[in-house]
Design a protein around this ligand. Sequence first.
Ligand SMILES: [Zn+2]
Ligand SMILES: [Zn+2]
Length: 259
Amino acid sequence: MILNVLGCSGSIAAGCKTTAFLLDGDVLIDAGTGVGDLALDALARIDHILISHSHLDHVLAIGLLADGVMRVRAAQNRGPIQVHALPETIAALRTHIFNGVIWPDFTRLPSAEQPMLELVPFAIGDVLALNGKHIEVLSAVHTVPAVGFAVDGGEPGWWVYTGDTGPNPALWARLRQMKVAHLVIETAFSDEERQLARISRHLCPAALGHELAQLEGSVDVHITHIKPGEMDAVMSEIGRLGTPHRIHAMAAGQEMRLG
Ligand SMILES: [Zn+2]
Ligand SMILES: [Zn+2]
């Protein structure tokens, strides 16, 4: 499996795109602004979108993608793109985005019989089988209902993405039962903004240190969701944690081989 990092920034600026990971070209994990860098034929190949939570930086490309690929997918007789999320996230998408005001309802367009989008609920602990890939839904602790995802990479181990989350003991309990090859974990704020990190249920480097202490062994840890302009400050604070894990700053354009 190949995983392409389309976006991994906490917000936008030139060269900074919000969260989107593309797995084998057909499964998209979160639909941030990074999706917009794909060519039309690559966009049209996406059959499944997994959404970690309802915040705009993770969902805003769903509707634009549906609009952009409608003609190509209709010409190829492809079915609807399945959007997988928690029931609460699906309700939020219906109420606040696909409501005919912010964006047309692509779950009923171009026709109610053959729509562009199908919203499919999942629950924490589910293992989704999508185009030959197995992806487990993990818990997350955020200001809205939220999840992370673990992609089964076979013998080398799992690729784990925490989603947006504050401290999350349940995650570490689950990961202790898994062989983790890669951990993609957020650090949305610097230590200077630790109060903001706490109330917005994100991590700062000090909180990240407490989290990583609960992960056994020595794992490749990829830091995501850093705000534009904060990269150097946050990475140098993380560098002082003295963790046994191998820490990397994630970058858009990066390609990871899984399994
Ligand atoms: Zn969020
Ligand atoms: Zn976010």
